[in-house]
Design a protein around this ligand. Structure first.
Ligand SMILES: NC(=O)c1ccc[n+]([C@@H]2O[C@H](COP(=O)([O-])OP(=O)(O)OC[C@H]3O[C@@H](n4cnc5c(N)ncnc54)[C@H](O)[C@@H]3O)[C@@H](O)[C@H]2O)c1
Length: 342
């Protein structure tokens, strides 16, 4: 029987709940939950039978029983909580995105390296079978080359207002885009070459966001060309009115021989394959839970004394691209990606 790891989940919002479920499904013990909103933490503790509840993440992390700290907090807290956990000698599994900038990343990496602990990053959507299938189809040349990957997201202004804060979660280009940037890199098996983006603030006059000092771009059109000539296109708006019924386009990947369509990184059970003039359904074996799967892979690495399969490297790749996108919006220029890597 393999080791049952003891986990402290910090933050009991949407992702905190997913982490508790995922760790328990993967056969590990969630020993505590923590949230500044104590009521919320207590409710989840009762629901999932977790013994300890804290309001202060430091108290939860110093508990001698805790071996893994699962960070499900707003982006600005990823660095301080990771650093504190590493200083206490705990392994860390942190939600995406990695951090707001490379200064924070450097401090996180230094703390983790000094402590000799492991750091995993929650890009679970990239484990979807749809992503692996897209990669296989592209790498086997079944769609021809180059391919264009077009991803679209439309939503009303986010009920979690921190999503709109440039100093908070950084808007959709930071918060949501990371899932697409890592997927493009995986499917194309290539590095970004040039970056061009335009950004707008559709929600700038909304009263609900008036308290935010610096709004993040809520709307953008992003075009990334990869070294292979493949192109990732992300069109997004989180600036639509509350209750809007307009829906995003389904994700599409296409090349000279045909295309694929569907929820590639949503753990979807099928994709549509357009092969020349033929159309067929590809039935995929989706996972019961991508969170369970990502924790299983992380713990396998811990058990074998290996680095986490997804960690700082993936997080830094995504952050470098995010920052290049912001730079392109701000300068109006096409950015040579190679010159932006810090
Ligand atoms: N991997 C994914 O698919 C995915 C999906 C959604 C969100 N996320 C990421 O997960 C992270 C959390 O997002 P969420 O949607 O769960 O947010 P959320 O707002 O639902 O939950 C965050 C929780 O953190 C708590 N909190 C804030 N400050 C705290 C502090 N100092 N100490 C303790 N608790 C504190 C809040 O009270 C809240 O309950 C973000 O980084 C987000 O980008 C990842």
């Amino acid at each position: 029987m393999s080791k049952i790891w003891k986990v402290a989940v910090i933050g009991t919002g949407d992702m905190g709940k997913q982490h508790i479920k995922g760790w328990q499904l993967a056969g590990h013990e969630v020993v505590s939950v923590t949230d500044i909103d104590l009521q919320r933490a207590r409710e989840l503790a009762t629901q999932f039978n977790v013994k300890q509840v804290y309001q202060d993440y430091k108290e939860a992390i110093v508990d001698r029983d805790v071996e893994i700290v699962s960070v499900c907090l707003p982006l600005a807290l990823h660095a301080p909580v990771t650093i504190f956990a590493a200083e206490q000698g705990k392994h860390i599994f942190c939600e995406k995105p990695l951090a707001r900038n490379f200064r924070e990343v450097a401090d996180m990496e230094e703390a983790v390296r000094k402590a000799g602990v492991q750091f995993g990053l929650g890009l679970q959507r990239n484990l979807s079978v749809g992503v692996q299938t897209a990669r296989q189809y592209v790498q086997e040349g079944r769609l021809g080359r180059p391919v264009i990957f077009h991803n679209d997201s439309l939503a009303q202004i986010r009920p979690k207002r921190v999503m709109h804060d440039a100093d908070g979660n950084g808007g959709p280009l930071m918060d949501l885009g990371c899932h697409y940037y890592i997927m493009w890199q995986t499917v194309f098996a290539s590095r970004p070459k040039t970056v061009y983006a335009r950004g707008q603030l559709l929600a700038k006059d909304r009263e609900e966001l008036a308290h935010i000092a610096k709004l993040a771009y809520d709307t953008a059109q992003v075009t990334i060309e990869y070294e292979t000539g493949d192109v990732g296109i992300f069109t997004v708006s989180w600036g639509l009115p509350p209750g809007v019924k307009l829906k995003a386009h389904v994700d599409r990947l296409y090349g000279p021989k045909g295309g694929l369509e569907g929820g590639f990184n949503n753990n979807a059970a099928k994709l549509t394959f357009y092969d020349g003039d033929q159309v067929s359904e590809l039935h995929l074996e989706s996972y019961a839970s991508l969170h369970n799967e990502q924790f299983r892979l992380f713990v396998d690495a811990l058990n074998e004394g290996k680095p986490a399969p997804v960690g700082f490297e993936a997080g830094k790749d995504v952050l470098a691209l995010t920052l290049a996108i912001f730079r392109s919006i701000e300068t109006g220029e096409v950015i040579d990606f190679g010159s932006t890597i810090e």
